[in-house]
Design a binder for this molecule. Structure first.
Ligand code: NOJ
Length: 537
């Protein structure tokens, strides 16, 4: 049955790989697929069962590969399509599936579709893959365009302007418009030939990679396709488009999952995507973990995070967001990450390694689909103040480079990431003499690496800690405590001060803990302490 085919995602533990920075096998300073293949045993040793790659397709890398020039070809700097097929096969031998990143809403200006439309000196009847206007419209429709206007002057010879999605070099694909005031030629309906061509192209790209064994896609800016839709109106036309793709997948590739970048656009009726994503840059996640060290984004409310030594935060924003996301479907899957390629890491600013245990315990036992960002298994640090590489700096307060630095493997040159001269590295390696590495933490049973492995193993061996059982909060303050599946108690104390939990029903020794002592009335939790226990209500 189609839906059963995707049930595997409920048990997924994801590992996000930013391909530039994971492992460089050919010494050019940039990571590649053979580098990942050589490190598959490390990935498997964590217990994760899905890898999600940021875009690894041919691209001029104005936005780190989120500007795709050819969806059907792996970027030469990462290897070949055969390397990807080899990676998928070898990951599969270890029980690991692979998700790619589908940049659905825009291409690079170097994509042949765009080049062709740019070369024409007027509308192309076989084109209309992009949105062109000859004169700037009075009402400049805009969404998700960091800092600069949405309409970009054509670099010629075609006259006029094109609509972009993000950076200027990321022209929006034309999936039509819901509002067509004045009926200008560029506001085409969603079923016009150009938008239909693009809709078919999405299916063709998806099928191409599914046929090569990948398990599905994370979908970049899934909400952005049909233009001038209001979020308050449910993005009905964009939802309809994704539902059509889901229905086609249900027939053709019933096991394949599609996970949107954030909360899926949805109106009433069946969901078009298999999960929601609580993004690191959004409030639900930020209210718990973001100490604003890398900057305060315009849409961020500056507040104390809950997972902070000062202990001044609250779980309320998160809990409200979680409840809202599951309001219409309590079984809705929600992916929540340790970090991602767009903002900070858990180990950021004042947060130290000893604070990570509480954060990781929460992130792997709450009931979300967890996603471990590469390097967070050893507590790699966010590095502030790095140069703008491949569009990492969106604006002065928003520099993503600090979470994109090379993986730290060992004590060798460039932390074992690459044999290239340090000056040629994609981004600098954390220069700190005590930077964590995989090799050092392998040798230390008390390391973050060992803890992450134990945590994931416990989660996978204990269905109650997964996504399909209830979560009942018993204390939303410090120490945060909740019961999973009415059989397990989790307690985390992210602050430096100890905290006490009055609770009955804890059974036996902890399954995994640090700094938690049981007493007649409940549990005493040391600063930064955390524990997972059997529980009888
Ligand atoms: C979201 C991606 O996560 C981000 O890295 C990218 O810059 C934008 N979408 C534009 O594609």
């Amino acid at each position: 049955m189609a839906v059963m085919g995707r049930e595997w995602f409920a048990d997924a533990v994801l590992y996000e790989i930013y391909p530039q920075s994971f492992a460089d096998s050919d010494g050019d300073g940039v990571g590649d697929l053979q580098g990942v293949i050589a490190r598959l045993d490390h990935i498997a040793s964590l217990g994760v069962n899905v890898i999600w790659f940021n875009p690894c397709f041919a691209s001029p890398f104005v936005d780190a590969g989120y500007d795709v020039a050819d969806y059907l070809t792996i970027a030469p700097r990462y290897g070949t399509n055969e390397d990807m097929a080899e990676l998928v096969a070898k990951a599969g031998e270890r029980g690991i599936r692979v998700l790619l990143d589908l940049v659905a809403g825009h291409t690079s200006i170097e994509h042949e579709w765009f080049r062709r439309e740019l070369a024409a000196d007027g509308p192309d009847p076989a084109g209309d893959r992009y949105i062109w206007c000859e004169q700037l419209p009075e009402q400049v429709w805009q969404r998700e365009t960091p800092g600069t206007p949405a309409w970009v002057p054509s670099p010629g010879p075609r006259p006029g302007f094109y609509l972009k999605n993000f950076y200027d070099q990321q022209p929006a694909l034309n999936f039509g418009w819901v509002r067509r005031p004045g009926d200008p030629a560029w506001r085409q309906p969603a079923d016009a030939p150009g938008p239909l061509r693009n809709r078919q192209a999405l299916k063709d790209i998806i099928a191409f990679w599914l046929d090569r064994g990948v398990a599905g896609f994370r979908v970049d800016m899934a909400f952005s396709l049909v233009k001038d839709e209001r979020v308050s109106e449910g993005l009905a036309a964009t939802v309809a488009l994704w539902r059509e793709i889901r229905e086609w997948l249900d027939d053709a590739y019933p096991d394949a999952v599609l996970i949107p970048e954030g909360s899926e656009p949805r109106t009433g009726g069946p969901a078009a995507f298999d999960a929601d994503f609580f993004l690191v840059i959004h409030d639900e996640h930020g209210s718990l973990f973001d100490n604003h060290f890398p900057g305060v984004l315009p849409f961020h409310e500056a507040r104390e995070p809950f997972f902070d030594a000062a202990g001044k935060g609250s779980t309320r924003v998160f809990l409200d967001g979680w409840d809202a996301a599951r309001a219409t479907d309590p079984a809705r899957l929600i992916v929540m990450s340790t970090a991602d390629h767009d903002y900070d890491r858990l180990c950021c600013g004042p947060r130290t390694a000893e604070q990570l245990g509480a954060a990781l315990t929460f992130l792997f036992t709450w009931g979300n689909v967890p996603c471990l960002y590469y390097g967070d298994e050893i507590g790699m640090r966010f590095l502030p103040g790095l140069p703008n590489v491949e569009g990492s700096v969106c604006d002065p307060s928003y520099n993503r480079a600090g979470c994109r630095t090379p993986m730290q493997w060992d004590a060798g040159p460039n932390a074992g990431f690459s044999t290239a001269d340090a000056a040629r590295l994609y981004l600098p390696v954390d220069p700190s003499p005590d930077r964590p590495t995989v090799a050092a933490q392998e040798a230390d049973p008390s390391s973050t690496l060992h803890f992450v492995r134990e945590l994931i193993a416990l989660r996978r061996a204990t269905p109650a800690l997964g996504t399909r059982t209830s979560t009942r909060v018993i204390n939303e303050d410090y120490p945060f405590a909740y019961v999973r599946g009415e059989s397990h108690l989790v307690v985390v104390n992210p602050r430096s001060e100890p905290a006490d939990l009055a609770v009955a029903g804890v059974v036996g020794a902890p399954l995994l803990s640090s700094g938690v002592t049981a007493h007649a009335g409940g549990l005493s939790v040391a600063g930064f302490g955390h524990g997972i226990f059997n529980f009888e209500p």
